[in-house]
Design a protein around this ligand. Structure first.
Ligand code: ADP
Ligand code: MG
Length: 832
């Protein structure tokens, strides 16, 4: 029967929780409602309420009736048959009660050690504790709980508990523990604050009420007093005791018929850990009213009322205890009376609970003794599951989280610096950062950037995004470039195709002549599509641009301007010329500048270098060499473009001259026409049916003027077209010039300036040609890095001064490394 679980308990030899058998049973938490604010850290063990019996010392101890077991944990009661007393009848004469300990002739000291010490010490760890004294009036409840207030040696549990609390607080300097106390008396179902007489409390306006909230049960209106030392706590205890006695006189109360609850509230915050978690607990020390039954004495009036009440509240306590001890019961009648209601979260539940039953050892009281012992054994059936009351300090929690956040950011910064990701931020990217990523992506696609470093997730996303942006831009660019540079012929435009066929460029199937099967139809001449560096060595493949091999042989492109004019009126190819004087000028101007702009073509990596001269040649001399060597192709294109530009300029000026001539002729014709007109007006007009009649001369002049105007318009249109073409050519020439100079600079640096070993060092794994990098960068002593680290220091160090030595060491190491690397390079270069 796996579903049914019968509780099995070990006999508990002491109060220590380690002796308790852990149980799987679901915890029942009737006493303490759970809340967001309070959590209970379970010990994982259930525990029975501990019930002790304290026997009041007497000279008339009933030895023949009361016997203790050898283990001191059983009391056997034996009644002689001839004794006839009340409920005790002849039918049963022997009872045996199992308990957690019998305290006979025990000192106050021993009682405290046995009963209260562990409960109090566990309260400092966050466990609630309740110690109750039960028994008939005069049996020693108050003596046990409060003790003799005039004799230190005979002080009871209460003052000893306060002492232990303060001693333990002293022993725990790591925790800030606050102690507060309250003292409540319940008499005839009324609540009294035994500490209300203190001057700072003042008389309560509204009667006290029992309030339940997620934190537990508390008495609204009951004064709670903070005490920082033992002495203050004692004063409060004595104040309460005095009030108890005074009240019994002035209000005519029978003090033995009231319940008194002294509560010690503890709250412990860690001083060292600054934890947001803190623990709270309370120790309820309960001195119950006398448990004697209402006698036959016929109490009347006030006495009867009192007696009835006392019995009632104690019997409600008993009912609650029985319900708590019954595993099947879900409802516990806590609210039936003030006593059980106010003790709701201190009975059973998550508390450590101890009952001391005070009994007389005398034969005359045996009836009440039996009744008290029954209560004690019922109490032993109640199980509790002590748990730590943990609470969260929201303010501290926020502070701690903030602290942790700052720490993690710092940690991240350190991590980034260790992995050389020095300027990583984790904020959203701004426009500049996005533009930078766009440029990285472009350089990556061009091949000038080998890889894009991964910085963080945001950056990765942006990189992908920019890939898309660049791709779509490039698609557009490619298309417009094609349209600008090539004549695209529609496959369905048969007239155009036949024209091209006539020129011998395509076969009848529309394929380029010499093109393998299946290749797409396209025509064009790309002035920049040739790769000058590679050209010298690269194997000619059929896929190579059409112009490449042809140009090398010095022939004009298969599709020349002339050919294209047959099929289209689009831009014509630019034809060579031989002037490059302006480049020379620029070269002389630019000889000290160095460009780091990416080249437009691949670098000639596999090129065999000629033996290098000892001193680099002057730039103009080197430039001549460059033009014949590596730069020959680009120089040729440059010259071609320039000559076309000049030709267009010439044509434009010719057209302008023609336009001016036409204009002049128009003016002359206009004058002649006006003369004819005035002549006609002088001679008188001929009119025939509304039509003007003019002579032949005038008519010819009009025709001539019309023709001139037409010519003028046509020429003017030509001039406009020419100007547009000139502008375009100018742009091409500028681009070419720039490219020529840049290539020259790179070539010059690589050929004469940068030590070859440094070039070698820069080469592996990098597509950046050494010549592109400015000299001051190549042989720098790491100023950039220094700058980088001083910035890092400024940013990181204020947060963590401990890291100063760490960073200093890193910067120094880096500097040394840079210096050695450069010096080695220079020495090697020198030796050569
Ligand atoms: P209760 O509070 O149960 O009515 P008290 O604690 O007032 O009983 O005890 C009645 C009297 O008996 C007191 O004068 C008290 O000093 C005395 N007394 C009770 N228990 C002991 C004990 N264990 N040792 C010495 N005196 C005791
Ligand atoms: Mg008492």
């Amino acid at each position: 029967m796996a579903g049914v679980q019968t509780p099995i308990y070990l006999e508990v030899p002491s109060l220590g929780p380690s002796f308790l058998k852990p149980r799987r049973r679901r915890a029942r938490h009737r006493g303490s409602p759970f809340s967001l604010a309070t959590t209970y850290a379970r010990m994982g063990t259930r525990k029975k309420v501990h019930a002790f019996v304290r026997v009041k010392p007497t000279d008339n101890f009933a030895h023949e009736m009361i016997r203790y077991g050898d283990d001191n944990k059983t009391i056997d009661i034996h009644l002689k048959k001839d004794i006839r007393r009340g409920v005790v009848n002849n039918q049963q004469t022997d009872w045996s009660f199992k308990l957690d300990g019998v305290l006979h002739d025990a000192s106050q000291d021993l009682v405290y050690e046995t009963v209260a010490k562990d409960v109090v010490s566990q309260a400092l760890d966050g466990y609630n504790g309740t110690i109750m004294c039960y028994g008939q009036t005069g049996a020693g409840k108050t003596y046990t709980m409060t003790g003799a207030t005039e004799n230190y040696k005979h002080r009871g549990i209460l003052p000893r508990a306060l002492q232990q609390v303060f001693r333990m607080i002293e022993e725990r300097p790591t925790h800030a523990i606050t102690v507060r106390v309250s003292y409540l008396e319940i008499y005839n179902e009324n609540l009294f604050d035994l500490l209300s007489t203190l001057p700072y409390v003042g008389p309560s306006v509204t009667p006290m009420t029992i309030v339940e909230n997620p934190q537990g049960v508390f008495i609204k209106g009951l004064s709670v007093h903070h005490t920082s030392q033992e002495e203050d706590a004692f004063s409060l205890l004595f104040e309460g005791e005095t009030n108890r006695i005074i009240a019994s006189h002035t209000m005519n109360k029978n003090s033995s018929r009231s319940h008194c609850i002294f509560t010690i509230y503890l709250e412990a915050h860690s001083r060292t850990l600054s934890e947001e978690k803190y623990i709270t607990s309370k120790i309820n020390l309960v001195d119950l009213a006398g448990s004697e039954r209402l006698g036959k004495s016929g109490s009347e009036g006030r006495v009867l009322k009192e007696a009835t009440y006392i019995n009632k509240s104690l019997s409600f306590l008993e009912q609650a205890i029985i319900a708590l001890g019954d595993q099947k019961r879900d409802h516990i009648p806590f609210r039936q009376c003030k006593l059980t209601h106010s003790l709701k979260d201190s009975l059973g539940g998550n508390c450590n609970m101890v009952l001391v039953t005070n009994i007389y050892g005398e034969a005359a009281q045996l009836e009440e003794t039996l009744s008290s012992l029954r209560f004690a054994s019922r109490m032993r059936l109640v199980t509790t599951e002590p748990a730590i009351n943990e609470k969260y300090d929201a303010e501290r929690m926020v502070k701690n989280l903030e602290k942790e956040l700052a720490l993690l950011k710092q940690e991240l910064a350190i991590h980034d610096s260790l992995t050389s990701r020095t300027f990583v931020t984790y904020d959203p990217m701004d426009e500049i950062q996005i533009a930078e990523i766009n440029s990285q992506v472009r350089r990556y696609l061009e091949g000038t950037l080998d890889e894009i470093d991964i910085i963080n997730l945001r950056q990765i996303k942006e990189v992908f995004n920019q890939f898309r942006v660049v791709l779509s831009q490039q698609e557009q660019e490619v298309e417009s470039t094609l349209r600008r540079k090539y004549t695209l012929i529609d496959k369905n435009d048969f007239a155009a195709i036949s024209a091209v066929q006539k020129a011998g460029l395509v076969d009848v199937d529309g394929h380029l002549v010499g093109e393998p099967e299946g290749q797409s139809f396209g025509l064009g001449v790309a002035p920049f599509s040739t790769k000058p560096g590679k050209k010298a060595k690269s194997k000619k493949t059929s896929k190579e641009p059409l112009s490449s091999s042809a140009k090398k042989e010095g022939a004009s492109s298969p599709v020349s301007a002339k050919d294209l004019d047959m099929v289209s009126t689009s831009k014509t190819q630019l034809v060579p010329s031989s002037k490059d004087g302006d480049v020379k000028d620029m070269l002389l101007r630019d000889r000290e500048t160095s460009s780091i702009e990416p080249p437009l073509s691949d670098s000639p990596k596999e090129e065999v270098r000629p033996i290098r001269p000892d001193t680099p040649p002057s730039k103009p001399v080197a430039f001549e060499e460059f033009k014949n060597e590596r730069g020959s192709e680009i120089n040729r294109i440059f010259k071609e473009n320039k000559s076309i530009l000049n030709e267009r300029r010439k044509r434009a000026s010719e057209t302008t001259q023609r336009i001016n001539a036409i204009k002049r002729e128009i003016d002359v014709t206009m004058e002649a026409l006006n003369f004819q007109k005035s002549l006609r007006e002088k001679q008188g007009e001929y009119e025939n049916k509304g039509l003007m009649i003019i002579d032949e001369e005038e008519f010819l002049l009009i025709l001539k003027l019309k023709d001139l105007k037409k010519q003028y318009r046509s020429e003017y249109q030509d001039l406009r077209d020419l100007r547009a073409e000139i502008q375009y050519c100018q742009h091409l020439v500028d681009q070419c010039r720039h490219r020529l100079l840049m290539e020259f600079d790179i070539w010059y640096n690589e050929s004469f300036v940068i030590p070859e070993d440094i070039q070698m060092a820069l080469k592996p794994g990098s597509s950046i040609r050494p010549g592109m990098v400015p000299m001051n960068r190549i042989v720098s002593l790491g100023e950039d890095d220094q700058d980088k680290f001083s910035q890092l220091q400024q940013r990181v160090l204020p947060e963590g001064p401990d890291s100063i030595s760490f960073y200093n060491a890193k910067v120094k190491t880096e500097q040394k490394h840079n210096y050695l690397k450069t010096m080695m390079g220079l020495q090697q270069a020198h030796r050569k």
